[in-house]
Design a protein around this ligand. Structure first.
Ligand code: GRF
Length: 196
């Protein structure tokens, strides 16, 4: 059975584009919606250009997380997604929302979890003098950046790296990792993907 994937974004959507482009041919999933919490997110136009339906649920128009997430549910329902992929989605989701999607919601985080949960991961890896950094795709649970790991990609830290150069190298690895994890996850296999 083809799995129906909704992708949640807040920005440019480069990960979303790679996920959408990967779901073709004998891939067990297909994109059914790209949803953004920001009306101006550049990824919305990229999704439309790829022929994927889009939706916006502007979080600034809701008084609290609960009403925002009820609107998320309402926007997602018509697409009947089986899997949610958070891809640069910059809102923290409540335990209630995550619980409704338990086992069916993924996120990509720009560090080798469990190292560097939260923000500014590249600067923190450089400050720590790490020789390797990378990204992780994990199942989303109520605890931030803490669910079961479904894949990781490692990148070397170069001596002259800045947070920006390291972020660029990690983003390229994200674009390889997330599609590989989604294909395996959509086929019902949660064996972690390791790249390289
Ligand atoms: C990436 O840096 C990723 O690590 C983080 O948010 C950013 C998403 O970028 N989760 P994009 O919107 O997919 O281009």
């Amino acid at each position: 059975m083809t799995r129906r994937v909704a992708i949640l974004i807040s920005g440019g959507g480069s990960n979303m584009v790679r996920l959408v482009e990967s779901m073709a041919g004998d891939h067990p999933a297909r994109p059914v919606l790209v949803l953004s919490n920001r009306p101006g997110a550049g990824g919305l136009a990229r999704a439309e250009a790829l022929g994927v339906p889009t939706a916006v649920v502007d979080h600034t128009r809701f008084p609290d997380r609960e009403s925002f997430e009820a609107a998320l549910d309402a926007a997602l329902a018509p697409a009947r997604p089986d899997i949610l992929c958070l891809a640069g989605f910059m809102r923290v989701l409540s335990e209630g929302f995550v619980g409704r999607w338990a086992g069916r919601i993924l996120n990509i985080h720009p560090s080798l979890l469990p190292k560097y949960r939260g923000l500014d991961t590249h600067a923190r890896a450089l400050a720590a003098g790490d020789e390797a950094h990378g990204c992780t795709v994990h199942e989303v649970t109520a605890a931030l950046d803490d669910g079961p790991i479904l894949g990781q990609a490692r990148v070397p830290v170069e001596p002259d790296d800045t947070p920006g150069t390291l972020a660029t190298r990690v983003l390229a690895a994200e674009h390889r990792l997330y599609p590989a994890v989604l294909r395996r996850f959509a086929a019902g296999d949660t064996t972690p993907v390791r790249l390289p």
